[in-house]
Design a protein around this ligand. Structure first.
Ligand code: 0X9
Ligand code: ZN
Length: 490
C-alpha cells in the first residue's frame, strides 16, 4: 500500500500511534508491575495474576522499559502501522452492499445499521429491528429482536461494543444474530430456540465511541462525554463507584458522575426493565479469551455462583469444541475487580444469568481473518446460554410428551438446566433485587468490595484500560505501596 493511499484514507485529525509498541512484559511482583505501569502509556493486559502483561509503550519510553531488565517481547513494533494497514484495507475493500461478503471484514456504524435492516427484511416472520434509544450524540442504539416465542417467552440478550475499540465484539454480535436467522428452518437446534425464545442482539452499545474509533482515534474506549468520555462498563448501577472504577474523567475507567449518568447505559437499563422477561445476558468484549461471570466488583461469590460457573464452563467447553480455543471460565473479579460493569447489574439487579466474554486477539486491531474463528466459537457459546434459557420455557400442563414443546427439550443440556439456581433466576424481585438476595443495589459505596486493594491499584485511578488486580497475598500489596511511594506511580 502506498504512503499516498494511506494518507489519503486517514482522517487529517486522527490521533496517531507512530512507533507505539505493544509489548508483553513478564512481571513477578507488584513492584515490577508498578514500574511497567509508570512507563507504559496504557496497560492492556487481560490476564489475572503475575506473569504476562501487555502494554502500549510510546516510542520515547522503550529504552526505559529495556533499562528495567524485565523480560519482555515486542509483539507489535508499530501500532500505527497496523492501524494504517487496517485503514487502507478497509478503504480498498469492496462495498458489502455491492457484493463483498459481509463478514469478510469489519464494518462501521452505518454499515452495521444497514445490515440490521437487511437481516430483518430477509426474515420478517421471525425478526424485527428494534430501537432502544439514542446515544449522547443522538445516534440510534438499535438491535434485532428474533424469535417466535411471543409474550412471556424467556428472552436472551447479546450485546457488543460497550468499548468502542473492540471491533471484534461488534462483528461477533452480528454473527450471533446471523446464526439465529440463518439457522432457522435449516438447523433443528436453532429452529427450536427461535421458536420458543425471544433473542435480542444489540451489536453497538456505544455508537458515538465506535464512530470515534473509526474516524479519530482507533484506540478510543469510552463514550464521548465532554470530550474525555465515560467508561460505560463502569457506569451501571450495581456497586457503582467501587473497586476498579476511576473518579478521574481522563482515566480509561472513569465511572461518570453517577450510576447511569450516561444515556447509553440508561437506555439499556430502561429497555431491560421495561421488557421484564430477560433471563440471560452475554456482553462481548475483547481481548483476553475468557468467560467471566459475576461478581466482578467483589471477590465474594455470587449467590448463584455454582450455576453461573457451570454455565460459564459450558460456554468455555463449547468454544473449545468449536475451534480448539481456550477461553477459561473465571469469576470476573479474578481478572480484576471492576465495579459498575453491566454484568453485575444484569445479574444483581435485573435477575439475569450474566456473562462477559473476552474475545481472542493480541490487539484491538486484528486481521479480519479472526472474525470467522471468533464467530464460530462464540456462536457456540451463545447457543449454550440460549439452551439454558430454553430449559426455562414452561411446559404445558397437558403435555404428555414431557418435552414441553414441539421440538422437545433435547437441546437444553440437563447439567445446565436450572443448575441449582435460587428458585427464580429468571425473575426479578419487586424491589429490583434477585430473589433470595438482599440489598444488592443501593448504589452506595460497598463495604464488601475488595478492601485489600490499595487505592490506585489496577483500574482504580490509573491510566490503564485493563490493569491486573488479582487476588494476591498481603506481601504483594505491601510491596506495591512501598514502590508506589518510591516511584510516585498512580
Ligand atoms: O474492564 C472491563 O470492562 C472488561 N474488560 S475490557 O478489557 N474489555 O475492558 C471486563 C469486565 C468484566 N466484568 C466485571 N469485572 N464486572
Ligand atoms: Zn471491553
Amino acid at each position: 500500500m502506498s504512503l499516498a493511499l494511506v494518507l489519503a484514507s486517514t482522517p487529517a485529525a486522527a490521533r496517531r500511534y507512530d512507533g507505539h509498541a505493544i509489548v508483553r512484559v513478564q512481571v513477578q511482583s507488584p513492584a515490577e508491575l508498578a514500574i511497567v505501569t509508570a512507563i507504559a502509556d496504557e496497560v492492556w493486559t487481560h490476564r489475572p495474576g503475575p506473569g504476562a502483561v501487555d502494554v502500549r509503550v510510546a516510542p520515547g519510553r522503550l529504552a526505559e522499559l529495556r533499562a528495567t531488565g524485565l523480560p519482555h517481547e515486542i509483539r507489535i513494533a508499530d501500532a500505527q502501522a497496523r492501524i494504517d494497514a487496517e485503514r487502507s484495507r478497509l478503504a480498498a475493500a469492496p462495498d458489502p452492499a455491492t457484493g463483498g461478503a459481509w463478514f469478510a471484514d469489519f464494518r462501521d456504524y452505518e454499515a452495521i445499521m444497514t445490515q440490521l435492516d437487511a437481516m430483518a427484511a430477509s426474515a420478517p416472520e421471525i425478526a424485527e429491528v428494534i430501537d432502544l434509544g439514542d446515544s449522547l450524540e443522538g445516534r440510534a442504539i438499535r438491535g434485532l429482536r428474533i424469535g417466535k416465542g411471543g409474550a412471556g417467552a424467556p428472552a436472551v440478550l447479546y450485546t457488543g461494543t460497550m468499548h468502542a475499540r473492540e471491533w471484534l465484539a461488534t462483528m461477533t454480535s452480528m454473527c450471533v444474530a446471523d446464526a439465529f436467522l440463518s439457522g432457522y428452518g435449516t438447523d433443528d437446534h436453532v429452529t427450536a430456540l427461535v421458536d420458543d425464545l425471544e433473542i435480542v442482539v444489540v451489536p453497538v452499545l456505544n455508537p458515538d465511541g465506535y464512530v470515534v474509533s473509526w474516524t479519530a482515534d482507533r484506540y478510543w474506549r469510552k463514550n464521548t462525554r465532554d470530550g474525555y468520555g465515560v467508561d460505560l462498563n463502569r457506569n451501571f448501577g450495581h456497586a457503582w463507584g467501587g473497586a476498579g472504577a476511576s473518579g478521574n474523567p481522563y482515566d480509561e475507567t472513569y465511572h461518570g458522575e453517577g450510576p447511569f449518568s450516561e444515556p447509553e447505559s440508561a437506555v439499556l437499563r430502561d429497555f431491560v426493565e421495561l421488557h421484564g422477561g430477560f433471563v440471560a445476558h452475554v456482553d462481548f468484549h475483547s481481548f483476553a479469551q475468557l468467560v467471566l461471570y459475576p461478581w466482578g466488583y467483589t471477590y465474594d461469590a455470587a449467590p448463584d455462583e455454582p450455576a453461573l460457573a457451570m454455565l460459564a464452563d459450558g460456554m468455555s467447553a463449547a468454544i473449545a469444541q468449536s475451534t480448539g480455543a481456550s477461553y477459561p471460565a473465571i469469576q470476573g473479579s479474578d481478572l480484576y475487580p471492576a465495579a459498575g460493569a453491566v454484568d453485575d447489574w444484569a445479574y444483581g439487579d435485573a435477575g439475569m444469568m450474566a456473562f462477559t466474554i473476552e474475545l481472542r486477539g493480541d490487539d484491538f486491531v486484528v486481521p479480519p481473518s479472526e472474525i470467522a474463528a471468533a464467530c464460530a466459537e462464540n456462536v457456540a457459546a451463545a447457543l449454550v446460554v440460549a439452551d439454558w434459557a430454553h430449559g426455562q420455557v414452561p411446559t404445558e400442563p397437558d403435555d404428555t410428551t414431557g418435552g414441553g414443546d414441539e421440538h422437545g427439550d433435547e437441546h437444553a443440556d440437563p447439567t445446565l438446566d436450572d443448575g441449582g439456581l435460587d428458585d427464580g433466576t429468571t425473575s426479578t424481585a419487586d424491589d429490583g433485587t434477585t430473589e433470595g438476595e438482599a440489598d444488592v443495589d443501593d448504589g452506595a459505596p460497598l463495604d464488601d468490595e475488595p478492601d485489600a486493594l490499595p487505592p490506585g491499584f489496577g483500574l482504580d485511578g490509573d491510566r490503564t484500560g485493563c490493569a491486573i488486580a488479582p487476588r494476591m497475598p498481603a506481601w504483594w500489596w505491601l510491596a506495591l505501596l512501598v514502590v508506589r511511594r518510591r516511584y510516585g506511580t498512580q
